[in-house]
Design a protein around this ligand. Sequence first.
Ligand code: GLU
Length: 544
Amino acid sequence: MDHNKLADLLFPDVTEVPDDMEKRFPQRELPENACVTRIGPSPTGFVHLGNLYNAIIGERLAHQSGGVFYLRIEDTDSKREVEGAVETVINAMSYFGVHFDEGAVADGDNGSYGPYRQRQRKDIYHVFAKYLVQQGKAYPCFMTAEEIDAIREQQTANKENPGVYGKYAKYRDLPIEEVKAALDAGKEWVLRFRGVETDEYFTVEDAVRGKLEMPRNNMDFVLLKSDGIPTYHFAHVVDDHLMHSTHVIRGEEWLSSLPMHVELFNTLGWKQPVYCHTATLMKMDGSSKRKLSKRKDPELALSYYQQEGISQDAVWEFLLTLLNSNYEEWRLANPEADYRDFPYSLSKMSISGALVDLDKLRDISKNVICRMSAQEVYDKWLEWCREYNDEYAQLITKYPERTLAALNVGRGGAKPRRDLETWKQACDFMSFYYDEKFTVTDEMPPECDEETRKLFFEKYLASYDHNDDSSAWFTKVKAITEELGFAVKPKDYKKNPEQFRGSIVHITNMLRIALTGHANAPDIWEVSHVLGEEITRARLGKWS
Ligand code: GLU
């Protein structure tokens, strides 16, 4: 068989050769040991947490080493493509603070290793496809779907491995005249790799999993589909070679196709990137662990975190705790540090499934928000509200000073309040600062019956001086508490409950509920000063 003739027959328009491609995509000029990494999402419209998980690893490796992190859109499966999906990926990554040095952007490309959308790289793949045919390493296969089904049935019956290989690769050596006749007759074909018949094993060092021993590929897998678009396998190898990726970070579901990729790298004489197959995201379901499912678990979608208003910093910190076992220890030792200063390391990654625990995320989120300045919280909360809660965006901008002062309550110091956990929940929590949203939701303590309430608020308002400092204010509260027959010291009440009508805890709860609507709210004196005298008097006056 004259392979050159076959190559010309299949790819008459391809005039460039691999060397031309090497020149077009030269070595990058980067510091020694700089990592070049990427994410390669498919534009299906669904961006999942795993995309961000892998993006963080790639981003950290590249930016910690002075390298390059890029975005490649893997759109070889046009059936799964959804309109606007590229923008969705780009926006989601940008919302979570993942910045690409190069790659696909909304209206084109940024960088000199593009195009960064695989379908636009068809000509590039064809150069290598033609080369592989010339080398006798690839051939056209005219097998129909029915023929493939028949093979599969036969293989199942014989308990053989499924796939096109060995005797099942019936178009491997089709005489060139027959290829020509089939092409002239307009028969559909795919380009297959010519697998070697072998039962050898090879070893590969996975940066996350260590040394892996796997059977060498013996399959005639598809390189180009019938529309001339490459499969993931071929596109991955060509792109990561030409774009000079040093590390390929991808989900462990790709592990089983690694033998095909290694075979292709070897056949083309290219250096393999370092593979990092990351653990699948799992969750606890009752007492057992299972994979996160698109259908059952809203938290698999990145949009969930956006809609819930979980800050980008919290999501990063949460994923870093999943990614590196020593992150939490580092955070405790460096409470004020930027999480980007954490020295991320591939070798500290776990290979058992990463457990996505939303309670833990919320807890981390509280810590993250309580460390922010009031202004930062204000800006981020407002930005979220502008997209997801217009009513609150309007309230915040109608009362900017009050909002900022409210966000300052309990902030700073060694033990800041951890009231806010998400931007969505902040709308609920902060509602009492706005008359437009204020409602009393909690029940008054039973110790404070209607008569007590009336009496208390009458006396409280009569002696209320908005200029009192917090200790003068509290002295007055204590005096009224005593007058009403309540214990000023909770422990006195505990010791002799029959001697009192209740304790100061009941009194301050009543006051807090009247002022904020909730028993769990920040300091009463501080809240009054954020609300101002007029609102304070109006809210409390309703009870007197
Ligand atoms: N397009 C692949 C995916 O969405 C990317 C895998 C890779 O990063 O190589 O899973």
